[in-house]
Design a binder for this molecule. Structure first.
Ligand SMILES: [Zn+2]
Length: 150
């Protein structure tokens, strides 16, 4: 395991922007235009934790944490599921399915949503997959930051 070649840069609202190499990342930290959002545990580079993910900021703050979860959004869900329906695998799925339906208190979060095609979403309605006799092709989970960049 060498040092990570690429560091993911997020904008101030946590949306992934692009990747930079470690030297570029350190220059951004030195200039104070970014903070470390996720670090390689136990490693540092100069005064800084070895960055895995940077976030752009207006003001210099040296807060950093391990393992912040990417926040849920439909575009991010589309990245996580590769644009495919979680029930039939069809490409260009464009609806969000709540595995436990919202009408029964199901949350809009990473563990309770998958991308679904229109026909599968219509067929499932406000039922659980088991009730609808449908099987999920994937385990809904919190994605890693890197998975959210194409
Ligand atoms: Zn489908």
């Amino acid at each position: 395991m060498g040092s990570p070649v690429n560091v993911l840069v997020l904008n101030a609202s946590y949306e992934p922007l692009h990747k930079v190499d470690v030297r570029h990342a350190v220059r951004m930290l030195v200039r104070g235009v970014a903070v470390v959002e996720e670090a390689v545990e136990g490693r540092s580079i100069g005064h800084f934790p070895m960055p895995r993910v940077l976030r752009l900021v207006r003001y210099v703050t040296m807060r950093w944490r391990y393992g912040r979860r990417p926040s849920w959004s439909k575009p991010a869900l589309r990245h996580r599921d590769g644009g495919r329906c979680g029930y039939c695998g069809r490409a260009r799925a464009d609806t969000v399915d709540h595995i436990v339906p919202r009408s029964r208190g199901g949350a809009t979060d990473w563990e309770n949503t998958v991308l679904a095609c229109g026909p599968c979403n219509t067929r499932k309605r406000d039922r659980t997959p088991a009730e609808a006799g449908m099987r999920l092709l994937l385990v809904p989970r919190v994605p890693r930051w890197n998975e959210l960049v194409a």
